[in-house]
Design a protein around this ligand. Sequence first.
Ligand code: UTP
Length: 298
Amino acid sequence: MRKKVTKAIFPVAGLGTRFLPATKSVPKEIMTLVDRPLVQYAIDEARAAGIKEFIFVTSRGKGALEDYFDHAPTLEAELEAKGKTDLLNVLKDTYMESGAIAYIRQHKALGLGHAVWCARRLIGNEPFAVMLPDDVIAAETPCLQQMVEAYEETGGSMVAAMEVLPEKSSSYGMLDVSRDMGSIVEVKDMVEKPKPDESPSNLAVIGRYILNPSVLNNLNHKKKGAGGEIQLTDAIAEEIGKEGRGVFGYRFRGQRFDCGSKAGFLQATVAFALARDDLRDDLSRYLSEIKHIDKAAQ
Ligand code: UTP
């Protein structure tokens, strides 16, 4: 019987330079798709997958993130006095059970692998999830839940994988596959940010992982990889070929938005707004209007 995955690490200590100047004072994870911060989508997905403990790896200037998950007594009293129960219900999603959320500081942005390693003492000897909130995944069955179900079959460490255009390989960790079983693939190598002609496949790793605790031991060496950063991909790749462990890629069902980039963030904003009953009609009308303006200009 495998141990259940009940802990998730959310590394949010990066500098978010692609969204400067906003990220000078607003954590990227608090930026909103319509009216919900990116981090709320990640928390909802984690909860659906059975996660009970939420570990944030933060850095200086991320105070707004901690406040977001706190209660807001003055606001609540005001809403209650005005009888705004619908808005009080909206706030409920943001509450965390006492003791369920922890914040650890990464003192220097040394890389994603280092951020995950900073949380090692809160993980102990059990499998855990890692979720990057800037990857937002719209899916009927939430992506991490799909992965937890697949992990129960395979064991080993598991990374979410998706096909990308060859020219995009230098933005991702890329998988070298030894066995393709459809939604699950067995991995024989992982390469961080290869040039297109050096990429072993077009299967890229995106921001959802289920990892065995041995990955944390691999991170103890603090080996620097691509870009001079301590890479999570390298520590996962060390698991390949280990007896009874191994590494698997999981082709999830759903649409992933790269909200760490401006184009991806805008696409997600439009997609999530079009999915909302209160916004769909106005926005569709506007989009078809600007399409006509665009055509006329050509
Ligand atoms: P990114 O590569 O997107 O970097 O990190 P970033 O700093 O967030 O954004 P840009 O590129 O400067 O615009 C991927 C994830 O890893 C976390 C980030 O917070 C993000 O969730 N990360 C990265 C850390 O927590 N610590 C690090 O040292 C590096």
